[in-house]
Design a protein around this ligand. Sequence first.
Ligand SMILES: Nc1ncnc2c1ncn2[C@@H]1O[C@H](COP(=O)(O)OP(=O)(O)OP(=O)(O)O)[C@@H](O)[C@H]1O
Length: 571
Amino acid sequence: MKSTESDPRSASSWLSRLLAPQSSLLNLALLFALAAAGLFVWQCWLLAQLFSGWLVAWQQGGLGDSQAQLLTALLPWLALCLIGRPLLQYGREQASQLASLRARSDLRRMLLQRLAALGPARAQLGADAELGSRLLEQVEALDAYISRYRVQRQLVLLVPVLLVSCTAVFSPLAAVLLLLTAPLVPVFMILLGKAAASASQRQFIALARMSGRFSDLLRGSWTLRHLGALPAAEAEVETAAEHYRAGTMRVLRMAFLSGAVLELFASLAIALVALYLGLGLLGILPWAKGEIPVPYLGALFILLVAPEFYAPLRQLGTDYHAKAEAEGAMTELLPLLNQQVWEHPGRESLALSAAPGIHCKQLAIEGRLAPLDLSVQPAERVVVQGASGSGKSSLLEALLGFVPWQGELLVNGQSLLELSRPDWLRHVGYLAQQVPILHGSIADNLRLAAPNASDAELIAVLEQVALWPLIRQLPKGLETELGERGLGLSGGQLSRLALARLLLRDTPVWLLDEPTAHLDADTAELIHSLLERLSRGRTLLLVSHDLHGLDWADRVVTLGQPEHSEEGADA
Ligand SMILES: Nc1ncnc2c1ncn2[C@@H]1O[C@H](COP(=O)(O)OP(=O)(O)OP(=O)(O)O)[C@@H](O)[C@H]1O
C-alpha cells in the first residue's frame, strides 16, 4: 500500500515528526531569507531612483547638484543593502544548517537506541555493515532536504508574491507577464529533473552491479586463471566500465541540457518584460502609441527585480531532487523506524556474589515460545534443545530482557521485569549463533569485552581457550588484523576467540546460542570440551541441536513438546 502523510508510519510523516523540534530554527532561516528579499527590493528601488534621476537629468541637459545630493543621500542606504543581504543569507545558511545537523543527530540517536533496544533480534534487520551504512549514508541524504528544500519551498511562494506585488504598483501588465511565465520554470525543471534523477538512479544500480561483478571476478580470479578465462573476464570488465562511462556522460548531458533549457525559459520571459518596457518608453506600443505606460523609474525597477523573480523557482527545481532523495532515504529507514521495540521496564539494581538460580514459571512468548516451567539451580549447566522454531533462541532473548513475555521469570527469586536490564546484563555472558567479530586487531576484538584489559590478561584468556600458541606464532601476535567477519581465523578459532571474550567479562551467567553451529564434528568437540572446563561454577543455558560432546551438562531440556521433558545429558 502507498504510504501517505496521514499514516504515522510513512516516510513523510516521519520526516515531519523529525523536523517538528527544529521548526523555530527553520522559521528563523525563513525570516532571514525574507528579510534578504526585502533588502533586495529596496536595493532595486534605490538603484532605479539613482539611475532614472541621472537619465532624466542627462536628457534635460546635464548632471547637476541635485544629482550629486541624490547620490550622497542614497549611498549609505545602498551600502546597507549590499552589506546586509550577504549577512542575512549567511544567517539563513547557519540556521538551516544547524536545524539539519540537529535533526540528523536526533535521527541517528533514535536509530541507534532502537538497534540497541532490539538486542539479538537486530540481526533480522540486516548485516551490521549494511545497518552501519544506512545510519551513515541514508541519514546524511536528508541534509539537502532539511537545510535547503524546507525553507526554499516556502520562499518559492513568498518571494515571487512580494516581487510581483511591487511590480504591479508600477505596471500591472508586467506583473501579469511575470505571473504567466512563472509556472513554466518549475514545471519544466521538475519534469527534466525527474528524468535526470531516474537516469542517475539507473547509473547507481549499474555501478552497484558492476562493483558486485568486479568483486566476484577478483574472488574467482584464481579459478579463472586456472581455466584460462582471465582475458575474457578482463574484456568483460572493460566493456562494463565503458558502458558505465557512456551512461554517466548521458546523465551529465541531460543534466546540463535541462539547466540550459531552463535558463533559456527564464531569459525569454525577462526579455519579454524588457521588450514591453522598452517599446513603452519609446512610445511605440501598438495599443498605446505615443504614450509611456511605465516611466523610467518604474521600468528600471521592474527590470532590476525581474531576474530575481525566477531565482527561487529555479532553485526549487534544483532542490527538488533533495526531496525525492530524502523520502527515498526515509523509506529505506522505515523498517527500522517502525520496528516495534519493547521497553524493558525494570529499574532495580542487582548485586550477585555467586552464580544465581533462574526460574521460569509458565514462561511464554506470544507466537514464539509455548508455556515453559524450568528451574535452573545456581551453577547448574543446562542444555536446551528442541525442533527448529520451538523457541530456543527466543527463550535466551527473554532471559536477556529483549522481548516481552507472559508468566514469571525469576533471578534468585526476583522478577527479571523489576531488574534494570543494563544491571542484569553486566552479569550475563551471551554468545550468538554468529560470532560478532569486528574489523580490527585480535586485541581490539578482545577489548570490546574489557576495554582496560592488559596484554597479559588477554594472553591469559587466550591460553585458557588454547588459542595463544597459535596467535603467538603470528608475526604481529595480538595486533594481527582480522578482516570483516573474522577473516584470517578459522570458524573454530573464531569461536574460541568469542569464548575468550566471554572469559574476560567473567560473568556468573552464560547464555550460549548454538556455539558450535557451522563447525565440523572435531572442532565442535574441542569447543564443547573447553566449555566443560570454563563454564564450571556458572549458571549455564546452552542451546544446541546436537548433544554430542555435551554429556558433562547437568540436564537437557527439550522445548516444543506438550510437556517439556527434562532428562540427563547422557540419557
Ligand atoms: N523477532 C521475532 N519476531 C517475531 N517472531 C520471531 C522473531 N524471532 C523468531 N520468531 C519466531 O519465533 C519462533 C521461534 O523462533 P526461535 O528462533 O526462537 O526458534 P529456535 O528454536 O531458536 O529455532 P532454530 O533452532 O531454527 O534457531 C519461530 O516461529 C520464529 O519464526
